[in-house]
Design a protein around this ligand. Structure first.
Ligand code: UD1
Length: 361
């Protein structure tokens, strides 16, 4: 069986690192990188560090408006699919690369497997929600990380095959956080900085257009980070580097330590050693949950309801006071469940794919 995996953005590389390892034990896999994330520390570093097989194709599509980016990807992915004739196309998550991959495949009658299916916020104003809904409704095999995902798909009347497989992000977290000390690597500059900070630091990531295209929102988030009782480390996504640097020049923000985007292992390192997390990332809020670190998600919609218990993950508005008030509440780890599976989702994905093809015959 030949499988084409479509990747394009940071969180997809991390999931593919664990899933591709399992797929390749049995099947031929061709990796297509759309090019959506292209800076060294947004893309290449993940392939090197996580030993993800080199993409067979890099389509070099990035930047521009959603329509242009998705359209160019669609054209180029279709060409690859026509040439490679795969039995299955795998797409991950909710980016423009996900949508383009799913659309290109379904039009060619190639089965689509969507990993991380069924996530819903309930608003089409979020660009990723559009990508999720369309992808789910054209996919043939929908693999959900949590029960809530399965519930949303059933509610929408999706008749395609659905399976609960757990979260491959949890597989990756378990694997790499346990082996962090055993892998021979020297600490990066930011990791060395982190361990010298007394009383620990806060870990901030913030890149969503909802928070960063709006200067006022970004300013409020930075003001909150600046008034914390310890340093806040903030690796800045390229989309908002200019805005953050300008505000830093204007306001000083001496309590915020800015750095370039970090690799996966460095991010896990920063997470494991930090005090609390402030983020708008769907991935980091789950990783904070896995690491049992309290998280404040600066966003107006719940992305992962499973994490929203005992103050472990709380939504905050992009307002200094709201972020600080939520951070002041302590979390409780009592009665913790494991809603993201048992860390074996990559194996379950391969089983689900085999089950899908056995039913088709
Ligand atoms: C995308 C996903 C988002 C995901 C995020 C992870 C969509 C709609 N959004 O958002 O769901 O959470 O990835 O990081 O697909 N840029 C660079 N260098 C890079 C990558 C991007 O300079 O390596 C620039 C782009 O040119 C663009 C901006 O950053 O101007 C935003 O990039 P884009 O790919 O549109 O989406 P993200 O914001 O990264």
């Amino acid at each position: 069986m030949k499988i084409i995996t479509i990747l394009g953005a940071r969180p997809q590389f991390i999931k593919a690192a664990v899933v591709s390892r399992e797929i390749r034990k049995k099947y031929e896999e061709v990796i297509v990188h759309t090019g959506q994330h292209y800076d060294y520390n947004m893309s290449e570093v993940f392939f090197e560090e996580l030993k993800i097989p080199r993409p067979h194709y890099n389509l070099g599509v990035n930047g521009g408006n959603h329509g242009k980016m998705t359209g160019e990807m669609l054209i180029k992915i279709e060409e690859v699919l026509l040439q490679e004739k795969p039995h299955l196309v795998i797409v991950y998550g909710d980016t423009n690369s996900t949508l383009a991959g799913a659309l290109a495949a379904v039009k060619l009658h190639i089965p689509v497997c969507h990993i991380e299916a069924g996530v819903r916020l309930g608003t089409l104003h979020n660009p990723e929600e559009v990508n999720r809904i369309v992808t789910d409704h054209v996919s043939n095999l929908l693999l959900c990380c949590t029960k809530s995902g399965v519930g949303f798909l059933e509610k929408e009347g999706i008749k395609a095959q659905i399976a609960l497989i757990g979260d491959p992000m949890y597989d990756a977290f378990n694997y790499y956080s346990n082996s962090l000390n055993n892998i021979s690597r020297t600490l990066t500059g930011i990791e060395e900085k982190a361990i010298t900070i007394p009383d620990k630091y806060y870990y901030l990531t913030c890149h969503r257009p909802e928070n960063t295209d709006n200067k006022e929102a970004l300013l409020e988030i930075l003001k909150a980070a600046d008034s914390l009782d310890s340093i806040c480390i903030y690796p800045v996504h390229p989309r908002n580097k200019e805005a953050v640097t300008t505000l830093k020049k204007e306001y000083g923000f001496n309590n915020i330590y800015l750095c370039e985007p970090v690799s996966y292992m460095t991010s896990i390192y920063l997470l494991l050693h930090c005090k609390k997390v402030i983020t708008d990332s769907g991935g980091l809020q789950r990783e904070a949950f896995f690491a049992k670190k309290q998280c404040i998600t600066v966003f107006n919609q719940v992305i992962w309801p499973e994490t929203m218990i005992n103050n472990r993950n709380q939504l905050a508005n992009a307002k200094e006071n709201d972020i600080l008030e939520k951070l002041a509440l302590e979390q409780s780890l009592a009665g913790c469940e494991e809603p993201f599976g048992d860390g074996n989702s990559a194996k379950k994905i391969v089983i689900a794919i085999e089950d899908f093809f056995s039913r088709k015959v």
